[in-house]
Design a protein around this ligand. Structure first.
Ligand code: PLP
Length: 410
C-alpha cells in the first residue's frame, strides 16, 4: 500500500491554545482586530527571516530584487524595499507604489510586454531601468530621453532558446510575448547603440514556481553563458545581469521546500567566472512568491455547515473572489488542494473529511476538496496557508458583488 502524499508542514506559524499565532496574536484576536472577515494577513517577521535566510544561502555579490506583482500591498512593498536591493515593477501603477514606498529609483527595474508610451516616459523621468521587451520600445525611449533631457537606462530582456524545466509557468523559450528572441538580439543591440540609450545589461526570466534546484541551476548557467556571448555585441560593458528567479514554494501534497544549497554553490561558481569574464557585472535575482508566499495566510469565516448526500460542506464568507489561486483557477491544470486548516482548532484530534466552499454561485468556488480537517462549526475560521503571493490582487474581487477582502501586515 502506498501512503497518500501529504502537504509540507506549515511550521512557519506557531500555535497557542489550539489557535494559529500570527504576528504574536491568536487568530481569533487578530480577526477581532481586523474587524471583518475575510482577510489576508502577512507576517513581517517571516518576511525578514525569508530574505535573511536567502542571503545567507547565496554569495554576497548576488543582489536580490522583489518582483512586486506577487504582492503589491503598499505596506508589504514598503517593508520589502528596506530588506532587498531593488524592486521589479511591471506597470506604471506598480512603479508608483514602489516609489511611494520609498524604493530607490536607481534600483527599480521595469519589465513587461505592452508598455504604453506614457509608461515608458514615466520610467525615464523616474530614472528607473527599463527591461526592453520589444524593438518598438527603443524609439519611444529615445524620444522620451530627448524630451526630458535624461538618458533612458535600458536592459534587454532576452527570450532565450531554452526553458526553465519543471516550472509551474514557462515564460521563456519557444515563441513568447516576453523579451526579444535571442536570434534578434544582434540587430537590436546595434539599434540600442545607434539611439544612444544607456545600455546596462540583460534580463532573463525563464519561468516561475520551480521546486527543482537542478533545473534552476541549469537555467542560471545557460543564462550566464548566453549573456556572456551576447556581451561582445553590446554597445557598452555589461553591468547588470538579471538571471530571473523562478524559486517555488510547496503548495500541493508531495511537494517539499526548495533546496538552496546547490543554487548557492552554482551562483558562487558564476560569480567567480564573472570576475574575469564580465568584470563589471552585478548579478540580480528577482523573486516574488519565494519571498512573500509562505508569510501570508487567507482567513475566511465559516458561515454554514451542510451535509449533502453524506458529504460535509463548510461554506465560508469568501473564496474564489479573493483567492483565485487556492480555488485552482490561476494556472493549475489539475486542481489540487492548497494546505488548509481550521485555524482556531489546530490541536483537534478528531478529523472529518470536509470540503470548504466559498459563497459564490459557481462550483469553481472551492477552497478545499474533501480534505481531512478538524471538525468545524459555524463561526470558525478556515485558513489557507501559502497565500502571501498572487492572492488579493490576482483575484476577481468584483465577481458576484461581494465585499473586497481586507489585508493586514502584522
Ligand atoms: C512574475 C514575474 C516574477 C516573479 O515570479 P515569482 O514566481 O513570483 O517569483 C519575476 N520576474 C518577472 C519578469 C515576472 O514576470
Amino acid at each position: 500500500m502506498t501512503e497518500r502524499p501529504t502537504h509540507a508542514p506549515m511550521n512557519q506559524f506557531a500555535h497557542r491554545d489550539g489557535e494559529l499565532l500570527i504576528g504574536g496574536q491568536t487568530l481569533s484576536t487578530l480577526a477581532a482586530r481586523v474587524g471583518s472577515t475575510p482577510f489576508y494577513v502577512y507576517d513581517r517577521q517571516l518576511l525578514r527571516e525569508r530574505v535573511d535566510g536567502l542571503r545567507a544561502a547565496l554569495p554576497p555579490q548576488i543582489k536580490l530584487h522583489y518582483a512586486m506583482k506577487a504582492n503589491p500591498m503598499p505596506a508589504v512593498v514598503g517593508l520589502m524595499a528596506t530588506l532587498v536591493d531593488g524592486i521589479d515593477v511591471a506597470s506604471a501603477g506598480e512603479l508608483k507604489v514602489a516609489l511611494d514606498a520609498g524604493a530607490d529609483a536607481a534600483e527599480i527595474s521595469f519589465a513587461g510586454p505592452g508598455k504604453r508610451d506614457a509608461e515608458l516616459g514615466q520610467a525615464v523621468a523616474a530614472g528607473v531601468l527599463v527591461n526592453v521587451e520589444s524593438a518598438r520600445e527603443l524609439p519611444v525611449l529615445a524620444q522620451a530621453s530627448q524630451t526630458l533631457g535624461l538618458s533612458a537606462r535600458v536592459a534587454v530582456r532576452i527570450n532565450p532558446d531554452f526553458e526553465l524545466k519543471g516550472s509551474g509557468m514557462k515564460m521563456g523559450g519557444g515563441p513568447k510575448q516576453f523579451g526579444i528572441d535571442v536570434e534578434q538580439l544582434p540587430g537590436l543591440l546595434v539599434e540600442v547603440g545607434r539611439l544612444g540609450l544607456a545600455f546596462e545589461g540583460f534580463h532573463l526570466f525563464a519561468g516561475s514556481q520551480n521546486l527543482r534546484a537542478a533545473s534552476i541551476c541549469e537555467a542560471q548557467l545557460k543564462s550566464y553563458e548566453l549573456a556572456r556571448r551576447l556581451a561582445d555585441l553590446a554597445p557598452a560593458a555589461l553591468r547588470f545581469l538579471n538571471l530571473g528567479g523562478g524559486f517555488g514554494i510547496p503548495y500541493f501534497p508531495g511537494e517539499s521546500r526548495l533546496d538552496l544549497q546547490p543554487i548557492g554553490d552554482n551562483l558562487a561558481q558564476l560569480v567567480e567566472r564573472a570576475r574575469t569574464e564580465l568584470p563589471e557585472v552585478s548579478f540580480v535575482l528577482e523573486l516574488g512568491r519565494y519571498f512573500v508566499g509562505e508569510a501570508g495566510v487567507y482567513v475566511t469565516r465559516i458561515v454554514d455547515r451542510k451535509v449533502s448526500r453524506g458529504q460535509v460542506f463548510l461554506v465560508t464568507d469568501g473564496g474564489l473572489n479573493h483567492h483565485l489561486s487556492a480555488s485552482g483557477n490561476f494556472g493549475q491544470v489539475i486542481r489540487k488542494n492548497y494546505p488548509v486548516t481550521i485555524g482556531n482548532r489546530i490541536d483537534a484530534t478528531v478529523l472529518e473529511t470536509a470540503s470548504i466552499v466559498g459563497p459564490l454561485c459557481t462550483p469553481l468556488d472551492l477552497l478545499a476538496d474533501q480534505m481531512d480537517l478538524p471538525v468545524a462549526q459555524i463561526g470558525d475560521l478556515a485558513v489557507v496557508f501559502q497565500s502571501g503571493a498572487y492572492g488579493a490582487s490576482a483575484s476577481p474581487q468584483a465577481f458576484l458583488g461581494h465585499a473586497p477582502c481586507a489585508e493586514v501586515l502584522v
